[in-house]
Design a protein around this ligand. Structure first.
Ligand SMILES: *Cc1c(COP(=O)(O)O)cnc(C)c1O
Length: 365
């Protein structure tokens, strides 16, 4: 049992609000897949999946073991595994996860296993690379994929998909539209030659906001569900889902000339009051936030991080803040604070959220 006082609260009402915000931008028939990879963007994939299971159509995870964890938690909805590897294919079948097959090697390996186990119409997904150049078949691979798959009774293409490289950036609109058009052309060839019509999908969160005309049969929502749109306007219409909080473990009075923390990085210029908080870089607080580059809130006032971020602790300046040991400390509780923290740590909101380590207790509120 984790009784750690440093807690990440996940706001279920905010999650539902955000889901509905995106649903309103879609046709009622468009399916919604929720991406819960990386522990649900650093929250809790199982709690989120349980909460959303009857409100969405599909889940996706990056790796097979993330999908196995959801199945072991009794999640019944289809789960797309975005990045399976050949050694995982047995577990994919055993747990009825649905693999993304992105190159010949894994397609052939899966077909062989499906034949061996006589899986009969096992749902698979085929991903095409249309410009991200990360994972996926090329448009020139269509006819070979078609002949391989048409020869097997043991698999059925459940969906064909692709991923946009810059859906959040309207300056890249021309490129994005060409990705969408190339994808549509690939799909057309499948529809003409396959004998049935798999679902198709290409949009992530910012794709839904900027290119809803390309929603096709399903969209894949990730960061938006957790409160972040691609611009300030959309973000303001979403609600914050992540609140990271802790308490003050100890308060110190530091005389001028004394130092705080490792390598004596902070030197007190005047009588300084510091508070020690039980959260550090092993919990996901970037070391870049040390030395007054980041802050927390104590009794609604900003307390800057002084000295270096330790593995398990930070020290903050509370000279001007009325507070005592045991008081609540807010690491972040709004999208603005998360964005500011991301900026201070030279990263993006996605990384701030996914960096929160598993040592931090999670609570769905
Ligand atoms: C992570 C991921 C998503 C979700 O993207 P967001 O920008 O968080 O909405 C969608 N599709 C794929 C293939 C992904 O890897």
């Amino acid at each position: 049992m984790n009784n750690h006082v440093t807690v990440l609260e996940i706001d279920s009402k905010a999650l539902e609000h955000n889901l509905n915000y995106f649903k309103q931008k879609l046709e009622p028939t468009t399916k919604v897949l929720v991406v819960v990879k990386a522990f649900g963007y650093g929250s809790d994939a199982i709690k989120i999946a349980k909460f959303l299971e009857d409100k969405v159509d599909y889940f996706a995870v990056a790796y097979t073991h993330e999908g196995v964890a959801l199945r072991e938690a009794k999640i019944k909805k289809p789960i797309l595994v975005l990045h399976p590897q050949i050694p995982n294919l047995g577990s994919i079948i055993e747990y009825r996860l649905e693999p993304n097959l992105y190159n010949y090697k894994i397609l052939k390996a899966f077909l062989a296993l499906a034949d061996e186990k006589v899986t009969m119409n096992f749902p698979i997904h085929i991903k095409f690379n249309t410009g991200l150049n990360r994972l996926g078949f090329w448009h020139t691979d269509v006819s070979v994929i078609l002949s391989e798959i048409k020869a097997s009774n043991n698999v059925r293409i459940e969906s064909i998909f692709s991923h946009l490289a810059a859906s959040d950036d309207l300056e890249e609109e021309e490129f994005t539209v060409s990705q969408i058009n190339n994808f549509a052309y690939i799909v057309k060839q499948f529809y003409e030659h396959l004998g049935y019509e798999p679902m198709i999908h290409i949009l992530n969160t910012s794709g839904v906001v900027n290119y809803s005309q390309a929603q096709f049969d399903m969209v894949r929502l990730g960061i938006g569900l957790y409160g972040f749109g691609n611009d300030a306007q959309v973000t303001s219409e979403l609600q914050n889902t992540h609140k990271l909080k802790s308490i003050i473990s100890q308060i110190h009075q530091i005389e001028p000339g004394e130092t705080v923390g490792y390598n004596r990085a902070f030197v007190a210029k005047r009588l300084t009051k510091t508070a020690t908080i039980p959260i550090g870089h092993a919990d996901g607080i970037s070391r870049r936030l040390g030395n007054e580059n980041g802050y927390v809130l104590i009794n609604n006032q900003k307390a800057e991080i002084v000295g270096n971020v330790c593995m398990d602790m930070i020290m903050v300046d509370v000279t001007k803040i009325e507070c005592k040991e045991g008081d609540e400390v807010v690491i972040f509780n709004s999208q603005e604070m998360i964005n500011e923290m991301a900026e201070n740590a030279e990263t993006i909101s996605y990384e701030v959220l996914t960096a929160i380590s598993q040592r931090v207790k999670r609570e769905l509120i």
